[in-house]
Design a protein around this ligand. Structure first.
Ligand SMILES: C[S@@+](CC[C@H](N)C(=O)[O-])C[C@H]1O[C@@H](n2cnc3c(N)ncnc32)[C@H](O)[C@@H]1O
Length: 293
């Protein structure tokens, strides 16, 4: 080799694997995801990003991550940008996850809300980041257990998520035998029906429950079209993936979506330390100024 020639820079793979994946690719994907969803990826997540997106490259027949990153910047890549977001978000959820929240709702909050509805008031609950629906259906079952004729009053749930795939699954209300196991059998038999899906025994949430819930795509850091306030907001196990600045932005934003007596339920590893909230139990908050119920 000519000693005077400029040495060619070797592109170091960040992760060893079938497709070349560099630190620059990681940075580009992480920057895109943060801007679109608020989710902050640290380098510790590089392996996870690689393995989830390698499946996309394989499916699309794209040879490496440089080409993939170029593709998602183009207008033809719009659909793939959504697929990428869906692949990189964590959708883990289950019925009655963090059961103490449903107990709190049932004992401390629902009695007054039922009273409000019966006297002609408007009652709204929101599962913000509902994933595949287990959370809003658990809220609806808790409500219906205490207030079986809720559907005859002005009582509605909103269930939203950024990922269109999980919103579609939530809307369909179809779950495996295993998934519905946390639901008490009396409630399950009353509000779900058995259904066979390609030889698998499944359970479908009945229409009377689904009719209470509007499922919508919504980005928590994007525009919120809702105008009315909510008596109950569950925003659990999503803000944990955001950087602190985005968390603070959201906690402040929820203040103007809560009724003065409203409650905000958050995930077990999340905390609110912005002014204007006071604790009302383990990872349950209310607005400070009116003192709550
Ligand atoms: C781990 S799941 C939590 C589901 C449920 N809240 C629970 O606690 O079981 C997180 C959900 O947040 C959604 N998500 C992530 N970023 C979001 C954003 N910016 N706006 C709305 N939803 C988002 C994901 O698609 C995913 O379904």
């Amino acid at each position: 080799m000519n000693a005077l020639a400029t040495p060619r820079r070797r592109v170091e793979p960040m992760i060893e694997g079938e497709y070349l994946f560099t630190a620059r690719n990681f940075e580009q994907i992480a920057t895109f995801l943060r801007a679109q969803t608020g989710i902050a990826l640290t380098e510790a997540k590089a392996q996870l990003v690689y393995s989830r997106l390698a499946k996309r490259l394989r499916k699309l027949g794209i040879p490496d991550f440089d080409s993939y990153c170029e593709f998602i910047e183009t207008s033809e890549g719009a659909g793939e940008r959504n697929e990428m977001m869906a692949a990189l978000t964590t959708n883990v959820t289950r019925f009655y996850r963090e059961p103490h929240h449903f107990e709190h709702l049932k004992r401390n909050i629902l009695p007054a809300l039922i009273e409000k509805a019966r006297s002609g008031g408007r009652v709204r609950l929101w599962s913000a980041a509902c994933s595949s629906g287990e959370e809003p259906y658990s809220m609806a079952l808790t409500l219906l257990e205490a207030f079986p004729d809720a559907g005859r009053y002005d009582v509605r749930l909103l269930a939203t998520d950024i990922d269109p795939n999980v919103v579609a699954k939530a809307r369909s209300g179809l779950y495996s035998e295993d998934a519905v196991s946390p639901i008490a059998s009396s409630l399950r038999d009353r509000f779900l029906t058995r259904e066979a899906d390609r030889d698998r025994r499944m359970w479908r949430v009945k229409d009377e429950v689904r009719a209470l819930i509007a499922f919508k795509e919504l980005n928590l850091i994007g525009e919120w079209p809702m105008r009315g306030r909510f008596d109950v907001i569950f925003c659990r196990n999503v803000v944990i993936y955001f950087e602190e600045e985005t968390q603070v932005f959201l906690w402040n934003r929820f203040k103007s979506s809560l009724t003065p007596e409203g409650r905000l339920y958050i995930g077990h590893s999340e905390r609110i330390d912005v002014p204007g909230y006071v604790s009302d139990g383990l990872t349950v908050y209310k607005l400070a100024q009116r003192g709550g119920r």
